[in-house]
Structure formats: C-alpha cells, structure tokens
Write a protein that binds this ligand. Structure first.
Ligand code: B4P
Length: 192
C-alpha cells in the first residue's frame, strides 16, 4: 500500500491538490474537513457537535475525527492506498493513525508538506469565503485563529514524522499546475 499525508496550514491547497492526485494515482481520498462538512449537511449529532468547533476556527476533538478515519479505513480494505488530507492535525491523531495502519500491516509512506506564507494563506481563504459559503471562511479573525491553532497543535505532527525521515517540504506558492508537478515528482520516487 502507498499512504500519503498531504500536510500544510489551512489554505495551503491540500484539498485542491488532493483532488488531482487521487485522480492520477487511484488513491482513496480521506479529508476530515469534507467528512465533517458532510455530517453537518446531514444534520447528524456528530455534525452538529463538530460545527461549534469549526465555526470558531478550533479543532474538532481527536476522538471524533479518529473514529471517522477508523471507519473509513475499514470500509475501504481493498484500497491501493490512501491520501490523508487535513488529517492528522494533532500528534495524538498521528499516533492513532500509525496504530490503525499497523493493524493493517501498513504505514505512512510519505508526508508532503506544502509551504505557503501566512499573508498568502489569509488572502486565499478570504477569497474562498466569497464563494464557498463556509462559516469558517467568513471572516479574517477566524482565519488568523486557524493559523494560530495550526502552529500550536498541528505543526508538531511534522516533527513526529520527521523522526522517521518521511517529510519532504514542497514550495506551495505558484500556480496549481506547478505545485501539482512538484508533488508528483516526489510521489513517483516512492509509489510503485
Ligand atoms: P479543512 O477542510 O481541512 O480545510 P482547509 O485547511 O481550510 O484548506 P486546504 O488546505 O484544503 O485548502 P484549499 O485547497 O481549499 O478544515 C476545515 C476545518 O475542519 C478545520 O479548521 C477544523 O475545524 C476541522 N477539521 C478538519 N480536519 C480536522 C482534524 N483532523 N482534526 C480536528 N479538526 C479538523 O485551498 C484554499 C483556497 O486557496 C481555495 O480557495 C483554493 O482555490 C485556493 N488555492 C489553492 N491552491 C492555490 C494556488 N496555488 N494559488 C492560489 N490559490 C490557490
């Protein structure tokens, strides 16, 4: 199995690039952001609870997202591999993911880290907010809060995977196609 984590701050283009990558490589796309938005649209108890956190720019509790990923892994046992987008976002989530993959005699193959400067991130998210209808895109203060949460809670995930030399930094500035080709250049070195 080939399992990729696409890592980076909010607005770095994880969702944008994931759509293109899963199409090219036939991986199963697991985006916790998308899964949470689906739960919200269906008005499930999980979706309603999670939205209180999302709207404030905070992370949803670990047990909620770990449970969603665990079921998604079980439901796709024949997959060639997975692309994790927006997950793991805390070290506890990363440790849980490592354990879940180990149970399947698998592991993370690669972590590709999209680097984008903060002003560009805020700009992209404010622009996205003009059309997305997403409550967490609505104002700049929430965007700044999300970047702060990223630095405190999510950035340590990169250090977790650096210990096993799995992380490669990718310049996330430029056109969508340029960034896609940087990502595929790295993936081709590992996928078979
Ligand atoms: P997510 O849905 O994961 O989304 P994101 O971080 O906002 O965006 P992404 O990096 O995917 O950027 P995108 O491609 O859209 O998270 C939403 C919320 O859900 C979180 O804040 C949290 O509350 C909760 N959540 C999710 N997962 C969780 C977890 N594991 N644990 C706890 N809570 C969790 O790109 C952004 C914009 O930039 C788009 O408009 C795009 O068109 C544009 N863009 C992309 N590439 C560009 C480029 N090269 N140049 C210019 N613009 C570009």
């Amino acid at each position: 199995m080939y399992n990729l984590i696409l890592f980076g701050p909010p607005g770095s283009g994880k969702g944008t690039q994931s759509e293109k990558l899963v199409e090219k490589y036939g991986l199963i796309h697991l985006s916790t952001g998308d899964l949470l938005r689906r739960e919200r649209a269906l008005k499930t108890p999980l979706g309603i609870e999670a939205q209180q956190f999302v709207d404030k720019g905070q992370l949803v509790p670990d047990e909620v997202v770990i449970g969603m990923i665990s079921s998604a892994l079980d439901n796709n046992s024949e997959a060639r591999g997975f692309l994790f987008d927006g997950f793991p976002r805390t070290v506890a989530q990363a440790e849980a993911l490592d354990r879940l993959l180990e149970l399947k005699k698998s592991e993370i193959s690669q972590v590709l880290f999209l680097e984008v400067n903060e002003e560009e991130l805020i700009q992209r998210l404010v622009n996205r907010g003009k059309t997305s209808g997403r409550s967490d895109d609505a104002d700049e203060n929430i965007q700044r809060k999300r970047q702060e949460v990223y630095k405190n809670e999510t950035l340590p995930v990169a250090a977790h995977y650096s210990k096993s030399k799995k992380v490669t930094q990718i310049n996330g500035m430029g056109s969508i196609d340029e960034i896609f080709s940087r990502l595929t250049g790295q993936i081709e070195k590992k996928i078979n």
